[in-house]
Design a protein around this ligand. Structure first.
Ligand code: ACO
Length: 431
């Protein structure tokens, strides 16, 4: 007998079906509620709304669990590579050795950009926001690959799209850095290098000097990309699904996701954390002052890198980065006073009743910037790094959405609170 709950509205009973997930999460299926009762549900910010079923990622924010396709993030961060995790997210299972080799080789082969497409970078001003350029570049891919920019791609088209995006994203990100921050000529992708090493080469090699690859840097970046690879129905992924639900192509959907990611409450937070730590440092390390400001209801200031809609416990990704950051800095021979400030800030916040009562813990963005900085990535490129990491998650969710026969165009309702009907007043009669 399927489980239902009874909802009584205006003396009438409604039987609401209950849906269960594989981890026994329960949801009320209210799809017929408005039609049968004329009531809507009201949930700004969608904190209690399941917009889809998904088999990609499971997270339990009360305990601090994150699993991709069932595999704990801790195991992926320790044992997997970014491309292997991408394959897992997109295709549902870990690849065999030959599948992984083929996946890596195909991605390496497609990393070049079309000559005309490359010319687009020069049209952006120096010091343009890297995220603004990234949005435009990803959306422009539709103009250069019209055969792939389809509203209803075949399974083979989706495979090709995944390859094209994964392979071109590092090149696009590195060229944005070269154009907007370095004013330096591009170097070509190297097909003999692994994904992360090739990205570092594209970023830091010049025509005159090849970037000396360092295994510690490669491994640290690999871990950061894995930790950002997916996070179920977050703001940007929901945006990708929402845009795609109108049958917009994958390039348009992902470029919408990048727009959502750019906000300081989401993927832009890593940049804000770094700027906040720098400000505290410049202010003589006055941590208490910033914690008080974050607690002040009259101030808009928030402790960036703290708090999360879903995690009411330590973000498992932040735990992994925190464990690694000191080691990475030591291995790279980098001494960064901002790390001491971050540790001290976390300690003060975690002992403060304001943060304890609201269950505010460091999130993935709190420590990631310190590693990016040690690698030599400038602060305003941090959100771009996040986008590069999140790409496989966005692709996996878009693919899942397209394959689900229950997908409908995303179209929330509203509770209208504006004026009731009134007459139009001609301009000359208005006061
Ligand atoms: N500093 C100070 N107070 C905070 C913080 C913070 N970082 N985060 C939440 N709060 C407070 C709020 O003021 C609110 O207090 P109140 O109950 O007295 O009004 C309470 O905690 C609940 O906060 P909400 O804004 O309702 O929580 P929500 O789930 O909507 O927001 C968010 C989550 C946006 C992540 C929030 O915690 C935040 O702004 N954090 C800082 C930005 C950040 O680090 N974003 C990255 C998130 S992770 C990611 O996207 C990768």
């Amino acid at each position: 007998m399927p489980e239902t709950v009874t909802l009584k509205l205006k003396e009438k009973n409604f039987e609401i079906p209950v849906i269960s997930g594989t981890e026994n999460e329960k949801a009320l299926d209210i799809r017929k509620l408005r039609q049968e009762s004329s009531y809507l549900t009201y949930d700004p910010g969608y904190g209690n709304t399941g917009a889809c079923t998904s088999a990609v990622t499971y997270l339990d924010g009360e305990i601090g669990i994150l699993r991709h396709r069932g595999i704990p993030i801790e195991q992926l961060a320790e044992k997997s590579s970014f491309l292997e995790t991408s394959y897992l997210l997109i295709y549902g299972d870990l690849p065999t050795k030959s599948q992984l080799e083929k996946f890596k080789k195909t991605i390496a082969k497609q990393a070049d950009l079309n000559k005309d497409f490359k010319n687009l970078f020069a049209s952006y001003p120096k010091f343009a926001s890297p995220m603004a350029v990234l949005v435009a570049m990803v959306s422009s891919l539709a103009a250069y690959y019209p055969d792939l920019a389809k509203s209803n791609p075949s399974k083979e088209d989706v495979d090709e799209l995944a390859i094209q995006l994964l392979s071109k994203m590092p090149t696009i990100c590195a060229y944005i850095y070269k154009t907007t921050l370095k004013n330096e000529s591009f170097v070509e992708p190297r097909k003999d290098l692994d994904y992360v090493s090739n990205f570092l080469h594209l970023m830091f090699s010049s025509k005159k000097k090849e970037y000396p690859l360092n295994q510690e840097v490669v491994e640290a970046l690999e871990t950061l990309l894995i930790l950002h690879a997916d996070h179920e129905q977050n703001c940007s992924t929901s945006t990708v699904r929402m845009v795609g639900s109108s049958w917009a192509d994958l390039f348009a959907s992902i470029s919408g996701g990048i727009c959502a990611l750019s906000g300081p409450l989401h993927g832009g937070a890593n940049q804000e954390v770094m700027e906040m730590l720098e400000a505290i440092h410049a202010d003589g390390g006055n941590i208490k002052k910033y914690v008080s400001k974050a607690k002040d209801p009259k101030s808009d200031f928030r402790l960036m890198g703290f708090g999360h809609r879903v995690y009411k416990n330590y973000d498992p990704r932040a735990k992994i980065i925190k464990r690694r950051v000191d080691d990475v800095l030591k291995k790279l021979g980098v001494q960064d006073p901002l790390l001491e400030i971050a540790w001290a800030l976390e300690k003060v916040a975690l002992e403060d009743s304001y943060f304890i009562e609201r269950k505010l813990y460091p999130n993935v963005d709190f420590y990631s910037g310190i590693i990016y900085k040690a690698i030599g990535i400038p602060t305003n490129m941090f959100p771009v790094m996040f986008a590069m990491g999140r790409l496989p998650g966005w692709i996996a969710h878009w693919k899942e959405m397209k394959e689900n026969p229950e997908t409908k165009i995303g179209r929330p309702r509203q509770i209208y609170v504006g004026k009731n009907q009134r007459d139009y007043i001609p301009l000359d009669q208005r006061t």
